[in-house]
Design a protein around this ligand. Structure first.
Ligand code: BES
Ligand code: MN
Ligand code: ZN
Length: 513
């Protein structure tokens, strides 16, 4: 998708489709006499030609400007555009940059199946700080790119419905450099989120750990990151017994992916460690999963992909802080060489003269925490002062929070506070969940230090507490994205399939240092 910016009056933009925003300005608080008070759909543009063209439909009451609600006007009088699309933001009083992000996605996804390859999206005119020029310009670019992604890459009769050209239209008096910078940023972020989604979308046979490593290396070269992709030998050298125990059941070798961002001149201050679960397929191993829905376990590398997407955006946006990413990629398979329940594994030691923690394997399907244990230790050994990990770790997190909100855990309130602020910018939804001694108690092993499962109840917190054992006192955030990394249904602004969750929030968290 090519992206241009227009500062011309929107009525004069010659385009297949001009999208403008509307919001409901009805402010009644819903007292009894107001019940059923009519919505007041109001255009968020002062362009008089657009207002005249939309007056008819807005007057009918059949369009309410609800969130992502659309109405199309063909051959709008007085406009150069062939079509005028009105996209709703919902209540104006509650409108956010994230609403604009979704509205841009909705406009793009309206256009795509109708054979429209080119559109203009008019930014809302509003003086509120929530909807500042830069915020909405960035959000529009992000949302449009995210909306353009479809997962049907292997259809042999696939018709590429991508949008070729997007014009972001902004009022003539806008701060041009600010808008240009914001759009550039939004494009980088949207593309990075889509990069992560394209990886998650790949089936297990097309994206083995080795191939994920190749994709990481290629991205690193293009974006200008330092990188190393290691395999079996390095796992043995580092004594990554937990990570290796997952990969040992598969003929596909593991990949230990390291990406480095070292901004010039930054030699002190924090080093942020991003750790991603990269299970390219999770059968469960010897504790094999039921066949029902097992095909979806190709998305068990979504945490690793999120880190790769975030690193791409970091490389291009250049924040003044050092960042390393560690992605632990393996295939979890049952076989004659697979680990067995009851096996004891020795995790990577934090220093050569210290012993590694011993882990009793209760369930080989709790493999994500095993690869992450060594990934976290390695990131700390590489000098990470602050950690964030992302993983499709537990089914239990979806039982707790559903499929729209991810789980977040942290051992440090100040570090978590930065993440909460990042969420306000990214528009992504996470809810903080508990860690603690109560969960640590459940994973004590009779034969070794810890075991890899601790019973049915509180499964997401138990898994997080397992990771906590390896993060120890290093300020750390764990994101359990098992419920939110895959969308089962399309929404107006985004296709079903890989969501690309966490890329934007991790990036903003990094930028907050
Ligand atoms: N990859 C799964 C978690 C998962 C489940 C991701 C559903 C996406 C959708 C993970 O490796 C796993 O199997 N977890 C087990 C842990 C259990 C054995 C303690 C689970 O959640 O059932
Ligand atoms: Mn599993
Ligand atoms: Zn898994």
């Amino acid at each position: 998708m090519r992206t241009e910016i227009s500062f011309a009056p929107i009525a004069g933009i010659a385009t297949e489709l001009l999208a403008v925003l509307a919001a409901d300005t009805q402010t009644s608080k819903g007292s009894n006499s107001d019940l059923g008070a009519k919505p007041q759909p109001t255009l968020l543009t002062t362009d008089s030609a657009v207002q005249a063209a939309a007056a008819g439909v807005l007057g009918t009451g059949e369009y309410r400007a609800g969130t992502d609600e659309t109405v199309l006007i063909h051959a709008p009088a007085g406009l150069k555009a062939k079509r005028l699309l009105i996209v709703g933001l919902g209540k104006l009083a509650k409108a956010t940059g994230h609403g604009v992000r979704e509205a841009a996605g909705t406009a793009v996804r309206f256009a795509k199946p109708r054979g429209i390859r080119e559109l203009a999206f008019a930014l809302p005119e509003s003086s509120s700080e929530r909807l500042s020029e830069a915020v909405v310009a960035r959000a529009a670019a992000e949302g449009a790119l995210v909306g353009d992604f479809d997962p049907d890459t292997y259809r042999s009769d696939r018709k590429d419905q991508s949008i070729q050209s997007l014009t972001i239209a902004t009022p003539p008096d806008a701060d041009r450099p600010a808008i240009e910078a914001a759009v550039r940023e939004g494009v980088i972020i949207g593309e990075s989120q889509n990069f992560a989604r394209s990886l998650v979308n790949e089936p297990g046979n097309k994206l083995t750990p080795t191939i994920l490593g190749q994709r990481a290396a290629q991205m690193a070269q293009e974006a200008g990151l330092g990188w190393d992709v290691y395999s079996t030998e390095k796992l043995h050298e580092l004594k990554m017994g937990a990570f290796w125990s997952v990969s040992q059941g598969s003929p596909e070798p593991p990949a230990l992916i390291v990406l480095r961002y070292e901004p010039e001149g930054v030699t002190d201050g924090p080093v942020l460690g991003l750790v991603g679960k990269g299970i390219t397929f999770d059968t469960g191993g010897i504790s094999i999963k039921p066949a029902d829905s097992m095909e979806k376990m190709k998305y068990d590398m979504a945490g690793g992909a999120a880190m790769m997407g975030a690193m791409r955006a970091i490389a291009l946006l250049k924040p003044r802080v050092r960042v390393i990413a560690v992605v632990c990629a393996a295939e979890n398979m049952p076989s004659g060489t697979a680990q067995k329940p009851g096996d004891v594994q020795i995790a990577m030691p934090i220093a050569p003269d210290k012993p590694g923690k011993t882990i009793e394997i209760i369930n080989t399907d709790a493999e994500g925490r095993l690869v992450l244990a060594d990934g976290i230790t390695y990131a700390r050994q590489l000098g990470a002062t602050h950690l964030i990990d992302a993983a499709t770790l537990t089914g239990a997190i979806s039982v707790a929070l559903g499929k729209n909100i991810g789980g977040a855990f942290s051992n440090d309130d100040a570090t978590y506070a930065k993440f909460e602020s990042a969420l306000a910018v990214s528009g992504e939804k996470f809810w903080r969940m508990p860690l603690g001694e109560e969960y640590a108690e459940l994973i004590k092993s009779d034969i070794g230090d810890i075991k890899n499962t601790g019973g049915r109840y509180g499964g997401a917190s138990i898994a997080a507490e397992f990771l906590h054992t390896f993060a120890e006192d290093t300020p750390w955030i764990h994101l359990d994205i098992a419920g939110v990394a895959w969308l089962d249904e399309s929404r107006p602004h985004i296709a079903k399939g890989p969501s690309g969750i966490a890329v934007r929030s991790i990036l903003e968290w990094v930028r907050s240092f």
